[in-house]
Design a protein around this ligand. Sequence first.
Ligand SMILES: C[S@@+](CC[C@H](N)C(=O)[O-])C[C@H]1O[C@@H](n2cnc3c(N)ncnc32)[C@H](O)[C@@H]1O
Length: 214
Amino acid sequence: MKNWEDGKPDKKLFYKRMNAVITFLEKRVDIAKLNALEVFGRAGDWHTIVYANRVKSLQVWGIDKKWKNILKKNLPNAKIKILDSIKTIVENLEPSKFDLIVIDNPMNTWGTKKEPDFYCEHFDFIKHIGNIIDKEAILIFNINKNPFGYDKFPEWKKRREKFYERKRTSKLSLRFLILFYKKLFLMIGYKTIFQKIFKRNEYMDYFVFFLRKN
Ligand SMILES: C[S@@+](CC[C@H](N)C(=O)[O-])C[C@H]1O[C@@H](n2cnc3c(N)ncnc32)[C@H](O)[C@@H]1O
């Protein structure tokens, strides 16, 4: 598994891309009234800082306490919680509901558990996202339509094939992905009011879905 913290993300590019997402949303929704959650915080300086002061409130979750003080410094108005985001969502441990949920999960397979209990992308909790939404919410999440070095990661491949119910998952079309997620959200009781895709980098896109309880 590649450690995302070892990589050198292009912070300027991430900032620019998230700014495009938030600017798009600001034309359609009153962002300043939204209670937001960053599900995987790290230091908050890749893209959380873009919207932190444009929303009504912000919670930032992260599993690793080493980021707590840095998060407080980078996002002074946010409520920081050190917890396991997957466990919190799946076991419905968080009483608050959120209007804007940003899911910046690691790519590939990840987590401290071993095969076959490792996590993969957002696959292990996305179906439980209704636990932290009231009537409607905007989700922003990472989609990898064309994974890099895919042949070197048979477990990642296996998990993607199972999740997307497809034999070939190395190049997924946007059309397939939009329909797939619309169907998945309908299955958990939410219809899509609008969706929009923003390129994040060469491999990843931000998928933006405005969901309303059916
Ligand atoms: C891609 S980074 C997030 C970057 C961040 N959104 C930003 O803008 O700077 C993913 C983060 O998820 C955290 N993480 C990994 N497993 C987690 C879990 N089970 N619960 C909460 N956070 C977790 C890692 O510590 C890592 O910092």
